[in-house]
Design a binder for this molecule. Structure first.
Ligand code: BGC
Length: 702
């Protein structure tokens, strides 16, 4: 059963229905809606208590941001970081849509994703699950993904709210931040998702300025529910609730998975919440509000109109019913398309790519080009850390139904007449050189992996322990570049890596396919052979040295967000540090010119148009990017992404691109008034092909 494409109820309509239901409930019943049944006691990763008389179902909650965890017949999508690298609004929506469809088919009421964890430090273990280092890009990806999922009738639950930007000490450290940075950087994507009708939010394990996030009244109630008028529910991360009445009174609405410590069978809530109400420690209205918010999200997505039975069982996979989506091939096609659209071509000297028809012998070198040695899904939550990398590890993973490796994809596309030789050994450098010397073009593959803290892979406890390629990657690349002068480096990585070999002249091209999911090798081949002209752009900065970044993993209890607004490229801009590859960078097989930038200011809004021309001789897409420089009085970073459009242009054709700047885009968070304020003075608009490749500039005043 495919999800019907639905017009969702408005929050007003949903709350009217929810109020009617909840008004008939006892305190116990309301507390049941707010309480999970316990870890590994139900079919889903989390499941609430249902109610009879009045009737309300037990809601099924399942990970995660890239598709359904622990299930069969699902699509293992590209990761969040590739969603961002595509900068493709249409494909981002389509991915959300098919994911929502798959969650719906399996009877999952709430999808635990997407992730909005800003990539504050390049080594943060879970950055790859989310949409990169820039809040605006996160916000666009957030709102499109949320709409895609929820319009299929599934409640989206983005996470981890908030300031869970590293895995080191994630369950006890305190992220210390000022209110302006909190709003402008970290709350921003949630705000955009709430505008798109967001149903749920998951609060994180960490503390904020010394208070546990899931009992932090300011972030839960003041910011989310009051400032942003969030009408849905806030649930805890798994075991992130630390108290009964403090969390209830601060604004938490649902405890997950229900136990105090996962699997202990005790709960802060359930009958303890009822008791807290009876003893006057929690007002009954607060519990009514919890239940009403949960029921309202359910009604808003129209889940009362014939939702499928639960069709997953994470603990006993074979017992789950077999349900195969009728449009599976379309989901696969979207995965391949967004995979190809998110391949970032970092460097392409001598137009080495796309491969010309003169190439008769291709060498593929490096374990990342080949199969996973432990077998497909051979390690807990994709923690093999070996073979082709198409996903990081942790709860944000999906089992691969199959995995097209680069070797599979390239061999299939090369066809007859082109010989493909492979060498999946990173350590036998002599053999690698021998093979490289004998090929027309050599692809050398490297990888760098990371994930969630509960699994440690090769000494990487979630966060990466360094920014180098894994498995002898740098030496392998150097060795290959000694043997051949026609080398293409391909890196599958969770984020930025150091490239000590980048100035080697034998290395002609550097290709960055990220984490592309089950269709990885096909998506890569589409670009290498020129079937798809690359149009991915970096959603984070690649630095020359690790010290160039504004923030790193902090091993201390107090993780101070000292860089404030200068996250990612904003730090490089503010301190005049030259990146190796800038945020927003990515090449095409064609080239594009910009001209005729015009801005129109209208009260507290503005719009701009720019002409983009494909001046090359192949068709392709350009990502026109708009960065704002605020008047000095705002105290903002030099450049702030505030618009982008991916435009597909036939060779020789041009198109007018429009950017609309809403009031929020032109505002900063004023700490004195604690509101968003449009600053007085002159704005500068920078339009170009990356944060460091500005082609047109204009100024305006509101
Ligand atoms: C993770 C969440 C996940 C939850 C349920 C937690 O450990 O931080 O992202 O949704 O487990 O699996």
């Amino acid at each position: 059963m495919a999800a019907p494409s639905r017009n969702l109820l408005s929050w007003e309509e949903a709350h009217v229905k929810a109020e009617k239901l909840v008004s008939q409930m006892s305190i116990d019943q309301k507390a049941g809606l707010a309480t999970g049944q316990g870890w590994e006691t139900t079919l889903c990763v989390g499941q609430t208590y249902g109610s009879t008389n009045p009737d309300f179902p037990s809601l099924c909650l399942q990970d995660g941001p890239a598709g359904i965890r622990w299930a069969d017949n699902v699509t293992a999508s590209v990761s969040g970081i590739n969603v961002a690298a595509s900068w493709d609004k249409d494909l981002i929506y389509k991915r959300g849509e098919y994911m929502g469809d798959e969650f719906y088919l399996k009877g999952i009421h709430m999808a635990l994703g997407p992730s909005f964890d800003i990539m504050r430090s390049p080594r943060g273990g879970r950055g790859w699950e989310a949409f990169g280092e820039d809040p605006y890009l996160q916000g666009v990806a957030a709102s499109l993904t949320i709409s895609g999922i929820q319009e299929q009738g599934v409640i989206a639950v983005p996470k981890h709210y908030i300031l869970n930007n590293q895995e080191t000490n994630r369950k006890n450290s305190s992220s210390d931040i000022d209110k302006r940075t909190l709003h402008e950087v970290y709350v921003w994507p949630y705000a955009r998702a709430i505008e798109a009708g967001l149903g749920g939010v998951m609060c994180s394990y960490n503390q904020i300025n010394g208070t546990w996030t899931c009992e932090h009244e300011y972030v839960l109630t003041t910011v989310l529910k009051e400032e942003l008028n969030f009408q849905g529910l806030i649930m805890s991360d798994w075991g992130a609730q630390m108290s009964n009445e403090p969390s209830a009174n601060a604004g938490l609405d649902m405890t997950m998975p229900g136990d105090i410590v996962m699997g202990d069978g005790y709960s802060w809530w359930g009958s303890n919440l009822t008791k807290a109400v009876e003893e006057g420690r929690v007002p009954e209205e607060r519990v009514t509000d919890m239940a009403q918010r949960i029921a309202a999200a359910y009604y808003k997505m129209r889940q009362d109109e014939g939702f499928p039975d639960i069709g997953v069982n994470g603990w006993d996979r074979e017992s789950a019913p077999v349900r195969i989506h009728p449009d599976m091939d379309k989901h696969i096609q979207v995965t391949r398309d967004i995979g190809a659209a998110s391949v970032v071509l970092l460097q392409n000297n001598d137009n080495t790519l796309p491969l010309s028809s003169d190439v008769k012998k291709i060498a593929l070198i490096g374990s990342d080009a080949g199969p996973i040695p432990q077998g497909l899904n051979g390690c807990e939550d994709q923690s093999c850390g070996a073979g082709h990398l198409a996903m990081g590890w942790g709860s944000g993973t999906v089992d691969f139904p199959y995995l097209i490796t680069p070797a599979d994809g390239i061999t299939a596309r090369a066809g007859d007449g082109v010989e493909v030789v492979t060498h999946f050994d990173d350590w036998d450098l002599e053999k690698a050189k021998e093979i490289a010397a004998d090929a027309d073009v050599v692809f050398v593959f490297g990888m760098a992996d990371s994930g969630e803290e509960y699994i440690s892979v090769d000494g990487n406890v979630g966060d990466r322990k360094n920014m180098s390629l894994w498995h002898n990657g740098d030496n392998l690349i150097e060795a290959v570049a000694e043997a051949s002068d026609n080398v293409v480096v391909v890196i599958n990585a969770v984020g930025s890596v150091l490239m000590p070999w980048i100035d080697n002249e034998s290395i002609k091209s550097v290709v960055w396919p990220g984490l592309a999911g089950q269709e990885s090798g096909n998506a890569l081949a589409d670009v290498l052979f020129g079937d798809v002209n690359p149009s991915g752009r970096l959603p984070y900065t690649i630095a020359v040295n690790e010290e160039d970044y504004g923030a790193t993993i902090d091993p201390n209890f107090n993780v101070v967000y000292h860089e404030k607004l200068e996250v990612g490229y904003k730090h490089f801009d503010a301190h005049d540090i030259e990146p190796l590859f800038a945020f927003g960078h990515g090449l095409s097989y064609s080239s594009f010119e910009y001209g005729k930038l015009k801005v129109k200011a209208k009260k507290d809004k503005a719009s701009a148009t720019v002409e983009v021309t494909n001046v090359g001789d192949v068709d392709g897409a350009e990502v026109a990017q708009a960065y704002l420089g605020f008047p000095e009085s705002a105290g903002a970073p030099p450049k702030n992404l505030r618009g982008f459009e991916k435009v597909y242009l036939k060779a020789g054709k041009k198109s007018k691109v429009t950017f609309e700047f809403e009031t929020i885009d032109l505002s900063y968070w004023n700490e004195e008034s604690e509101t968003w304020v449009v600053p007085e003075g002159e704005f500068t608009l920078y339009v170009g092909a990356s944060s460091r490749d500005i082609r047109e500039t204009a100024t305006f005043t509101l």
